[in-house]
Design a binder for this molecule. Structure first.
Ligand code: SF4
Length: 638
């Protein structure tokens, strides 16, 4: 029996299993005879050794974790470690609004990860014939160190890597640099790994002609990487196997989350199927798949139910790159089970219908990760996001009124972005978006390998793309010159240089402060913090309270109330004109809408209108979204 160990090293979040390794374990167990396969969730063990705070700070930083393990591979380059760790810990403290901690001790952390890697390498050298290492979450140099030590202890162990950090030319560059590496899987792992393990189990050499598999025999033929080999039928994949992770996490009382993919690929990303690199969000490189495929809702619900029961764990993440465009309500209905309370996290995209979000909320949706990215439709179009500002605001509103956590992000400084787009973003934030909780993340634009900007650099005014100079803080110059690393630096041509996004950062700071003040004021008075912009429907009048800045309260009655209520879901002017024809002519209706927009309680875009205030309680919002609110009347004036 060939023993296969699939290892996740730091810096994957210790509260989640590696979804990729759990899926691969299930596949190998089902498809490759003569293999005993296990997942080794070593990120949990290291998080335990370092403590939650230190692990989280390093995990959140794109370079600190790589630098630590690189410091063990290249001890002569450890000089930059104190500065890197100081920055990581300061950033983590800032997120929690705490003062920066005293300088972290690189020696203590290095000793801890060194001891863990040495002990782990010894165990794997004795217990495994094949070691698969996942490289997705700043794990490159942890893998280099571990692979080297395993080979030193037992040269007969075959080492294979896989993961998104190895896409394109990165995979060949690591193969050439590190002779311990026997093979690299690029793209989805199931099919290439199945063939590789089958060959190894039969005592044969790795195959050189399998899509998705770089080997010593073919690496020189594929300097830019091999074509990938994706699973034909996502619905036919076995459910992921989290048993090994649970066995590590449960005794430590880790509140972990079952991580299930209900689909593979991204339906918005058609770059693979069309060959046009611009047929997706232009900053994105997340999907390596040509075809989007989703499992039927019934199957997803059955897998969730089985995994929740198996692990007695109600915390579930549907970790799709982009949630399915249709069938969300059915998915919500099937996930909802009487007597069971899930804590569900889902990726949502602007444009999702509020009623669909409601169905997911009824199934237990507590956190939505929404791809907002911007508050200027011109800017969103520049990035080919496929969404608009009014859709973003409607999704933020639905999440706010159902009290669904929504740590969304904004992308700052996409190539070519203009001062007008910056100004529009600031205005939307200050006047409208500030009605809802502020963003969790502000992302400075990052050129990712394989994204449209990377592939079509000249079109975006980008040139001289190279490894980021910060790798000089912990890697030897000759190694940096040979490796293709995930963090890139680049130069803008005059056409590509983005406008100054400082005003948007400032607007987001004001936004955060506004919500902190609302929260602090409520807590100081012993009240539960309220929403920033909220309505109470009195039946024949509607009261709106705006807590942004100096609190103000005003009452809408008659047709004003009815128009505002009607626009609690986005409405086109033509539909409103037809609906209110008896109560207000088009000019009067426009006057009402313009006034509500000027008061910053309604948003208008390209002839569509959205009332921004949220219901005062989630159950009232749910009733309204289901259409069970009071019957509307059209009468009178304000
Ligand atoms: S950002 Fe999201 S929606 Fe856009 S292409 Fe990437 S995965 Fe798809």
């Amino acid at each position: 029996m060939m023993r296969v160990a699939l290892v996740s090293m730091p810096w994957l979040d210790d509260h989640v299993p590696s979804a990729a390794l759990a899926a691969l374990k299930a596949w190998v167990a089902a498809r490759v005879p003569g293999c005993a396969v296990a997942v080794w969730p070593e990120h949990v063990a290291v998080a335990r050794r370092l403590g939650r705070t230190a692990y989280r700070a390093i995990h959140d930083d794109p370079l600190a974790g790589e630098a630590l393990y690189a410091g063990l591979v290249y001890p002569e380059c450890r000089g930059g470690l104190p500065g890197l760790l100081r920055a990581a810990f300061a950033a983590d403290a800032a997120k929690a609004m705490m003062p920066p901690p005293p300088d972290a001790d690189p020696a203590g952390i290095l000793d801890a990860i060194d001891a863990h890697a040495a002990e782990l390498a010894g165990r794997l050298a004795a217990a495994a014939d094949v070691v698969g290492l996942s490289a997705t979450f700043h794990q490159l140099f942890a893998n280099v160190l571990l692979g080297r030590r395993i080979k030193a202890a037992n040269p007969g162990v075959f080492i294979v890597w896989g993961g998104s950090l190895l896409r394109g030319a990165a995979g060949p560059s690591f193969m050439r640099e590190y002779p311990e590496l026997g093979a690299v899987v690029q793209g989805e792992g199931e099919r290439p790994l199945e063939v590789l393990l089958g060959r190894l189990a039969a005592g044969q050499a790795p195959p050189d002609d399998v899509p998705g598999l770089l080997t010593r025999g073919n690496v020189d033929r594929f300097p830019a990487g091999v074509p990938v080999w994706e699973a034909d039928d996502v619905a036919a994949l076995p459910p992921p196997d989290f048993d090994d992770y649970a066995a590590a996490a449960d005794p430590l009382s880790v509140e972990w989350r079952i991580w299930l993919q209900s689909a593979r690929g991204c339906w918005w990303d058609r770059s693979g199927s069309t060959g046009d690199a611009k047929r997706r969000c232009l900053f994105c490189n997340m999907s390596e798949r040509r075809r989007y495929q989703a499992k039927p809702a019934r199957q997803v619900a059955a897998e969730v139910e089985a995994l929740v029961a198996r692990h007695a764990n109600p915390r579930v993440v549907l970790g799709d790159l982009c949630m399915r465009p249709t069938g969300l309500a059915e998915l919500g209905r099937r996930l909802a089970a009487p007597g069971r309370q899930l804590q569900l996290q889902i990726e949502l995209r602007a444009g999702a219908r509020p009623r669909d979000v409601l169905a997911l909320w009824e199934a237990g949706l507590t956190v939505a990760h929404t791809g907002v990215e911007g508050f200027s439709t011109a800017y969103l179009r520049r990035m080919n996001k496929g969404t608009t500002t009014i859709q973003n605001l409607e999704l933020l509103k639905t999440c706010a009124e159902l009290e669904i956590g929504n740590p969304f992000g904004l992308v700052m400084g996409f190539p070519g972005s203009t001062a007008a787009e910056v100004a529009e973003s600031v205005a939307t934030i200050d006047r409208y978006a500030s009605a809802y909780p502020p963003p969790g993340f502000l992302h400075e634009y990052d050129l990712t390998t394989g994204s449209a900007v990377d592939v079509l650099r000249a079109d975006f005014g980008v040139e001289d793309v190279r490894n980021h100079p910060r790798y000089a803080e912990f890697l030897p110059a000759e190694v940096r010159a040979r490796l293709v690393l995930p963090h890139r630096a680049w130069t803008y041509t005059p056409a590509g240089r983005p406008a100054d996004w400082t005003p948007v950062r400032e607007a987001c700071r004001r936004w955060r402060e506004t919500h902190e003040e609302i929260r602090a004021a409520a807590l100081s008075e012993g009240r539960t913090p309220t929403q920033a912009l909220v309505y109470l429907d009195g039946g024949d009048f509607l009261e709106i309270t705006d807590h942004r800045g100096v609190s103000r309260r005003f009452t809408l009655s008659g047709v004003w109330r009815d128009v505002y209520r009607e626009c609690l879901a986005t409405r086109a002017f033509a539909d409103l004109a037809a609906r209110f024809a008896d109560a207000a002519d088009a000019a009067r209706l426009r006057e009402i809408l313009d006034r509500l927009v000027a008061e910053q309680v309604m948003y208008a875009e390209e002839g569509r209108y959205l009332s921004l205030a949220v219901a005062s309680r989630p159950d009232l919002a749910a009733r309204r979204l289901k259409g069970k609110g009071k019957k509307r009347t059209v009468n009178g004036e304000q």
